[in-house]
Design a protein around this ligand. Structure first.
Ligand code: 6PG
Length: 243
């Protein structure tokens, strides 16, 4: 199932996302006594993370039942300013009673292929479901080029159909990334995609309202088999969508 929600501004979008996260956590913990949540990098999620360690959201989540994962990571040490782990740690993890062993960062300080293999091994220790792990919630953003996680246009990760985690060289950025693969994201119970700002409007229109071209717009690959996909947009990002 797919739905699109449009909010006046990024603050309203952030509160809606925080509410979606707390609801997903409550439902997962009630059903399975655990909440496996995949975080995204980028500036939009950061706004939400700041909300989660304060009222009214902070008390709504049983943080001791939360397992944090990352959808992708830059190939830098965890203390680096570009690290998605560091961004989340500084924004909310360090303030919350989350069990340290439940914070599963990608060891992106390793060589790219070693980091990807290590993360997949970690996933396979926790998730016995096959062929892919089933996360309770995957948070995603969208780049202006239509990438999500670190599934960038015209890169090798887009064609990966069996590995759960892969290293991915991104020529446009001249850098390596580590990313969950599309089949893993698509196996999730729920995916929430956060898109805000005028700079995303043209790409979002093409992603949602033009033919399927995943090599060009990788985020179009995110098509859940059984789960729910929710686009959380602000009015600026949605400004070019036709009704
Ligand atoms: C990353 C993210 C990336 C992000 C998009 C959108 O590592 O940068 O995982 O996929 O979600 O680039 O980022 P913004 O929300 O900052 O626009």
């Amino acid at each position: 199932m797919e739905n699109i929600q449009i909010f006046p501004g990024v603050d309203e979008l952030a509160h809606a996302a925080a509410a979606l996260i707390t609801t997903a956590a409550a439902e997962s913990i009630k059903a399975r006594d655990v909440f496996h949540w995949v975080l995204s990098g980028g500036s939009t999620p950061r706004t939400i993370f700041f909300l989660l360690n304060r009222e009214p959201y902070v008390q709504k989540i049983h943080w001791d039942k939360v397992h944090l994962w990352w959808g992708d990571e830059r190939c830098v040490p965890p203390v680096h300013q570009d690290s998605n782990y560091r961004m989340a740690y500084d924004a909310f993890i360090k303030y919350l009673p989350i069990t340290e062993s439940h914070v599963h960062r990608i060891q992106a300080e390793l060589l790219p292929n070693q980091a990807a293999q290590a993360y997949e091994l970690l996933l396979r220790e926790i998730f016995i479901s096959n062929p892919f792990p089933v996360f309770d919630l995957v948070l995603l953003g969208m780049g202006e080029d239509g990438h999500t996680a670190s599934l960038f246009p015209h890169t090798s990760a887009l064609s990966e159909t069996t590995r759960w985690v892969t290293e991915n060289y991104v020529p446009r950025l001249d850098t390596w990334r580590i990313t969950l693969t599309a089949p893993v994201i698509n196996a999730a119970r729920q995916v929430a995609i956060l898109v805000s700002g005028e700079s995303k409007a043209q790409t979002l229109k093409l992603v949602l309202q033009s033919p399927y071209k995943p090599e060009v717009y990788p985020i179009q690959m995110i098509q859940l088999e059984n789960g729910t996909k929710t686009w959380l947009l602000d009015a600026q990002a949605a400004s070019q969508l036709s009704r």
